[in-house]
Ligand binder design. Structure first.
Ligand SMILES: [Zn+2]
Length: 272
């Protein structure tokens, strides 16, 4: 799974969970007690913001579970997951690598507040580390995708550890946050990868169920539908890799496919 396509890849906070929603301000009232002109409410403002990006507002995701359904048990190998066990109609967005650095994408995700997790590779981001800072400041997850994006199955245990622990250190130094989640490039891993991820302090290996292409969603299951808890893979890709489409167009298409199937987006870090 994955294949060379995964070379250009994944995401964290739609609404950031009900608890993080900003409280709606009380409507302004005229001295006579009737609402002031404009009739702008938080709901209409939100609808207008989503319309700007060709989308309808997402319903807020359910409150996160009190206990995370995926945990790393002491002494056990790190869990490897492609989905989160849940009955809620939620999916999780992930954006990989970090090659494309489109300022419009930062604006879009600031507007939409759709949570996502970024699995970043140092070789893809080192030309412009600051690009990712506002995305992290928005509350989106920062996660590990190795230093140089190798096929880890071709590397021995020491080399795998260098790729994974090395990126942990870099991301911590650059962004002040220690990643907890790891995605192996191309989705390729073995038991040495699992051991290395654990030794490097990671809590889970995160794969995926759907992969967003230029206009289509690739499904692993034969029914070609999203299922509750699915993890969706996308990439920081730009027009040269998207046949002229922009990253925000690709993202809007992906979000519409999620909405059309009656799903909303939740924050992966609330569940693992
Ligand atoms: Zn990748």
């Amino acid at each position: 799974m994955g294949g060379p396509d995964h070379r250009r890849p994944p995401g964290d906070r739609l609404h950031g969970g009900r608890a993080r929603r900003r409280p709606a301000p009380a409507p302004a009232a005229s001295p006579t007690g009737t609402p002031t002109a404009g009739h702008e409410t938080p709901a209409t403002r939100e609808a207008a913001t989503y319309r700007k990006w060709g989308l309808k507002p997402f319903p807020a995701p359910p409150a996160p579970p009190a206990a995370k359904p995926v945990v790393r048990r002491p002494g056990a190998p790190v869990p490897v997951i492609s989905e989160i066990p849940t009955h809620e109609k939620i999916v999780f967005l992930t954006f990989d690598d970090g090659a494309e650095k489109d300022p419009e994408f930062v604006r879009m995700m600031k507007d939409l507040k759709v949570p996502f997790t970024m699995f970043l590779t140092d070789a893809a981001i080192r030309a412009d580390y600051p690009y990712f800072q506002p995305l992290i400041a928005q509350g989106n997850g920062l996660a590990n995708h190795t230093l140089t994006h190798p096929n880890l199955r071709t590397l021995g245990p020491d080399a795998q550890r260098r790729e994974i622990c090395g990126q942990q250190t870099k991301l911590k130094q650059r962004y002040g946050t220690t990643p907890r989640l790891f995605r192996p490039p191309y989705g390729n891993w073995n038991e040495a990868t699992r051991a290395a991820a654990g030794e490097c302090g990671l809590d889970a290996i995160v794969l995926w169920r759907e992969s967003m292409q230029i206009k289509n969603m690739q499904y692993q299951r034969g029914d070609k539908k999203l299922h509750p808890g699915d993890i969706v893979l996308a990439h920081f890709r730009g027009p040269s890799e998207l046949k002229g489409r922009t990253m925000t167009e690709m993202t809007a298409t992906m979000l519409r496919k999620i909405q059309e199937q009656g799903f909303t987006v939740a924050r992966l870090e609330d569940y693992v």
